[in-house]
Design a protein around this ligand. Structure first.
Ligand code: UDP
Length: 255
């Protein structure tokens, strides 16, 4: 017996399924084991990844909430749903990926003359249009305005929120010996118009380097292990969860 009943599937993405529930202000998010990279050209099933990302995201959302940052998160699933399901407020996701970078890595180093590992201070904030059909292109302010995806004041709000998230996450991960290189967040609007952090925050969406490891491959504890065929993906995500569990309270179960 759970405090909610699953209803119809609302949306299926590459890594998650979102179901309606019997409550209008509640959706259930199921984290899948599917791994994709390079605009889904590379695909695999990684047993246990969904559960790890669900539990890591729950811990991170709770830390963000404690810091006064609004999120869609309402708790982990109950019973059989404890591993891979998260309950959340329904939101209209803004189709903009907000990326904050503290250290140069990934696509940035392919597009600009920046050596991987170059510190970025102040952090660099980029907006990308979330649409696989167009390959998630970089958005300029003028393009954002042209597409009418957000108002000028919402754009400001996105930026302020993303930089606050960065400050909180940097400190959280640093407290467990992890360097937050960069991350992507998605934001959504609730029915009453509040801007909240939605989607997930996990090693699928953050680059995390082990601060105690000098080797440039061994230090990677995120999806780059999958992108670069380094192996040990699930083990790396497990290490991130284990470290966070050492400093965070048990995540709350919904209901
Ligand atoms: N990212 C993500 N989803 C995307 C694109 C990027 O979660 O569709 C994350 C990625 O894992 C990294 C950060 O955003 O932590 C910056 O990614 P980048 O722009 O360097 O792109 P990538 O090198 O991953 O293609």
């Amino acid at each position: 017996m759970t405090a909610y009943r699953l209803a119809n599937l609302l949306y299926e993405g590459k890594a998650k399924r979102v179901h309606a529930t019997d409550q209008p202000d509640l959706v259930a998010v199921e984290f899948k084991d599917d791994a994709t990279a390079f605009n889904a050209l590379k695909k695999a099933q990684l047993a246990g990844k969904g559960s790890l990302n669900c539990r890591i995201s729950a811990l991170v959302f709770e830390v963000l909430a404690q810091a006064g940052i609004p999120t869609h998160y309402r708790g982990l699933g109950q019973g059989d749903h404890a591993e891979c399901w998260m309950l959340a407020r329904p939101v209209r996701v803004i189709p903009v990926e907000v990326v904050v970078r503290n250290v140069a890595a990934g696509s940035l180093c392919k597009q600009l003359p920046l050596e991987p590992g170059t510190p970025l201070d102040p952090p660099l904030l980029d907006f990308y249009y979330k649409d696989d059909a167009y390959g998630d292109p970089l958005l300029t302010d003028a393009r954002l305005e042209r597409l009418g995806l957000v108002t000028a004041s919402q754009r400001q709000e996105l930026e302020v929120l993303a930089l606050r998230v960065n400050a909180v996450l940097r400190e959280l991960f640093h407290s467990v010996g992890l360097r937050l290189v960069d991350f992507k967040i998605e934001l959504g609007l609730t029915a009453d118009g509040q801007l909240v952090v939605a989607d997930e925050v996990s090693p699928d969406t953050c680059r995390l380097w082990d601060e105690a490891e000098a080797d440039v491959q061994a230090r990677i504890l995120d999806k780059d292990r999958f992108r670069q065929d380094l192996g040990g993906v699930v083990e790396a995500y497990g290490e991130v969860l284990k470290r966070l569990q050492g400093v965070c309270a048990q995540p709350q179960v919904y209901g």
